[in-house]
Ligand binder design. Sequence first.
Ligand SMILES: Nc1ncnc2c1ncn2[C@@H]1O[C@H](COP(=O)(O)OP(=O)(O)OP(=O)(O)O)[C@@H](O)[C@H]1O
Ligand SMILES: [Mg+2]
Length: 359
Amino acid sequence: MLSDYLSSIQLFGSRNSIGLDIGSSYLKALQLKETKGGYELVLFDMLKLPPELIVDGAIIDSLRLVESLKELIRKAEVKTKNAVIAVSGHSSVIIKRISLPEMSEEELSESIKFEAEQYVPFDIEDVNLDFQILGPKEEPGQMDVILVAVKKDIINEYVSVVKEAGLNPIIVDINSFALENVFEINYEIDPDKNVAIVNIGASTIDINILKGGISVFTRDSSIGSNLHTEAIQRRFNVTYENAERLKRGEPVENVSPEDAQSVIESASGDILEEVARSFEYFLSTTLHEDISKVILSGGCALIKDFPGLLAERTGIETWVMEPFKGIKIPKKIDVAYIEEMAPMAAVAMGLALRRLDDR
Ligand SMILES: Nc1ncnc2c1ncn2[C@@H]1O[C@H](COP(=O)(O)OP(=O)(O)OP(=O)(O)O)[C@@H](O)[C@H]1O
Ligand SMILES: [Mg+2]
C-alpha cells in the first residue's frame, strides 16, 4: 500500500483508527468498524475552520489548527487515538506515472531513490518516497510505476499538529488515493473504462483518473470553491461568513440566494475550465480513449447546479459521490445530516477505510 512508505511511522497498535481529513475549510473525522454484514459508521463530524489557517496546503496558524482539531475531537466524541491523515497534491507533492525496467518490489525499494531523482524537482533527501508497481507494459522488460514524493516538511507540519491535538498519526496518505478506496468499495469496476474521480474542496481540485480501478492519471490544482466565496464577497460586499451562507442557499441581510446564483455560476466557470483542461490533457496523451464518467466529491458538489454544469462543460456524465452508500448507519446517528454532507465526507471515508482494508 502506497501510504505505508510515505512516512516512517509504523503501523503498530490496534486496528481502530479515525480518518481525519484536514481540509482548508472544514475538518472532518470519520470512523468505521467492521461487522459481519460489512462496514458500520461509528462517527462522522465536521468543523468549519476560519479562513487562512491553511493556505496552499501549508499550515499558517498551527496553534489555532490544534485548537480546532481538539474541538472536533470533543464534539465528535472521538475515543480512538490513531488517526489516518492525508495531504493534497499541492506544490509539496509529486505524483508521477513512470516507466522502469522490470524488477521486483524489493529491488525497487532498494533503488527507488536513485530512480526517482530525475522526476522529483526537490532534493531527494527532503522527500519521502513511495511507489506502486502497476504491472508490465506492452514493451518487453518495462513496467509502469506510480511514484509519489512528498516533502518531509509538509508531512512533519501535519503530523505535529495532529500529535499536539492528542492523536497518534499512523498513516499519511494522499487525498486522491483515499478517494480511490471509497470508489472501490462503493462502485462496480469496469476493467475497460476510465472513470474520473474529482474532488473539489475550498482551495484544491484533486483529479484521479482510474482505468479498471487503477490510477492512470492524477492532477491537483490549487483552486476550488473559495472562488465562489470571493466572487460573492466582491459582488455584494459581504463578509466571508455571509458569503459562505449564501453558497449554502441561506439568505443574508439584503442579499437573497437567488441574487447570488448568477455570481456563483460565473465563478464556477474557472473551476470547470480547470477540470476540462486536465481531462483534455489526459485524453491528448492517450489514443482512442475516453472518460466514461465523473464521480464528483468535495464541498463544491453541494453548490447548486455545479454537477450539472460540469457534465455540460465536459460532455461526460457526472455523479455526485455517495461515500455512505454501502455503509450501515446506526440509529443513533442523524442520517439526514450524513446524507446532506456526504460528498464532503468522501476523503475522510477513504482515510477511515485505510486500516480496515489493511490485511
Ligand atoms: N451546503 C453547501 N453548499 C454549497 N457549498 C458548500 C456547502 N457546504 C460547503 N460548501 C463549500 O465547500 C467548500 C468546502 O468543501 P470541502 O470540505 O470539500 O473543502 P476542504 O476539504 O475544506 O478544502 P480543501 O480540500 O480544498 O483544502 C467550501 O468552500 C464551502 O463553502
Ligand atoms: Mg478537501
